[in-house]
Design a protein around this ligand. Structure first.
Ligand code: ATP
Ligand code: MG
Ligand code: MG
Length: 367
């Protein structure tokens, strides 16, 4: 028993809460939005900004243990919880993943391949960096970006004008070589307080407009790739001292695996684990932060998760009445804004071929 506090009340917070409630925990959530997805599931909702230290103290009083569901929560608040010995995930994991420069440095220190990169603060530094990185490249803000926001592709010298406008005084940016990958994968895993790691199957991720569209398991990679992915995340996990569920996004080119970015929490590409694995990324996360032994992971042979964005949610509900074969998750968000993640659906089966037939039959690929 006991109460788990969650910093952030989006869909990830909601799914952590649902898993925790099954296990008999109570939930307190801190989120500025009155009707955030987690509020419908939580026992207590503190409506306040993430950097509100008074609200944070209230969350701490209510909670035996605290977790964060996304990486852009206030680092000082996280340190406060860590000081009170209530944040098993730690603040360092957050500090690293809030900053692409730190993230890349950790990967380099762990001896893992990353796209060639330079950290720049001015347009002059950018031009200099491009001399070594070459075309094509991409420039990203070191912090705050997601779903492809806060980045600009650079294909040719004419794109420099855009970059000059993109670079703001006082900002810090990372310029990366563009990797022409075969596919993108993610390795979601959980590390316990005792250092034990369990790995979920490697997932293949397909993006549309820079937003995750579809996750496919098993990933279409050669035998060596999952082993490489596991070894890579193990090295990162031990360097960072990760506790809880964590995800690493990677690019695969042939046999090589490049580290792209990391998330110190359950991840969109791990949602398929709810139905496809004997323990989900959320339940395993709760077990890790509560100091329970992790469960071994057994999986269905194949799974596909598709994100439902914006108004497609309505289409989905009408589909449900006529079709079967998929599991629906509706996050209970109000306004169906374009590109807003409203829910997801998951197919499980014996093979991707069988699932693809189901997807076609359900006419899911209209969006
Ligand atoms: P997320 O929503 O996953 O947090 P993000 O906005 O933080 O994404 P990235 O994951 O760094 O940003 O980039 C978004 C996508 O852009 C990647 O999944 C990949 O498809 C593409 N991309 C980014 N950097 C590179 C690169 N160096 N080489 C090739 N493709 C890249
Ligand atoms: Mg990101
Ligand atoms: Mg990403």
């Amino acid at each position: 028993g006991g109460t788990i506090g969650i910093l952030g009340g989006g869909q990830l917070g909601r799914m952590i809460a649902v898993a925790a409630k099954h296990m008999g925990y109570r939930i307190a959530v801190l989120d500025p939005t009155e009707d955030c997805p987690c509020a419908q599931v939580a026992d207590h909702h503190i409506v306040a900004d993430y950097d509100d230290t008074e609200a944070a103290e209230r969350l701490s009083e209510l909670s035996d243990v605290i977790t964060y569901e996304f990486e852009n929560v206030d680092l000082e608040v996280a340190r406060l919880f860590e000081g009170a010995e209530k944040l098993p995930q730690g603040a360092y994991s957050l500090e690293v993943t809030q900053n692409r420069a730190k993230e890349k440095q950790i990967a380099v220190d762990a001896g893992l391949p990353v796209a060639a990169y330079e950290i720049v603060q001015t347009f002059d530094q950018f031009q200099k960096a491009m001399e070594t990185i070459g075309f094509p490249a991409v420039i990203k803000t070191v912090s705050g970006g997601y779903d492809g926001k806060g980045q600009l592709p650079i294909g040719k010298e004419e794109d420099f004008d855009e970059v000059e406008k993109f670079i703001k005084e006082g900002g810090t940016y990372i310029v990366e070589q563009w990797i022409t990958f075969d596919l993108e994968i993610s390795q979601v895993f959980t590390r316990g307080l005792d250092g034990e790691i369990t790995y979920f199957p490697v997932a293949e991720n397909l993006h549309k407009n820079h937003i995750l569209h579809e996750t496919r398991v098993p990933a279409a990679v050669s035998d060596k790739v999952p082993k490489k992915a596991q070894e890579a995340v193990k090295a990162l996990a031990e360097k960072i001292g990760i506790v809880g569920t964590f995800a690493v996004e990677m690019f695969v080119t042939g046999k090589d695996v490049y580290i792209n970015e990391m998330a110190p929490r359950p991840h969109n590409s791990g949602h398929y684990t709810i139905e496809a694995c004997s323990v989900s990324q959320f339940e395993q996360h709760v077990r890790a932060i509560c100091g329970l032994p992790l469960l071994p992971i057994h999986s269905f042979p194949a799974a596909v998760m598709i994100n439902v964005l914006g108004k497609h949610q309505d289409i989905l509900h009408s589909r449900l009445e006529n079709y079967s074969g998929f599991h629906l998750h509706d996050y209970g968000k109000g306004e169906a804004r374009t590109n807003r993640k409203m829910g997801h659906i998951t197919f499980i089966g014996n093979s991707l071929k069988e699932i693809d037939k189901q997807i076609k039959y359900n006419q899911i690929h209209m969006w």
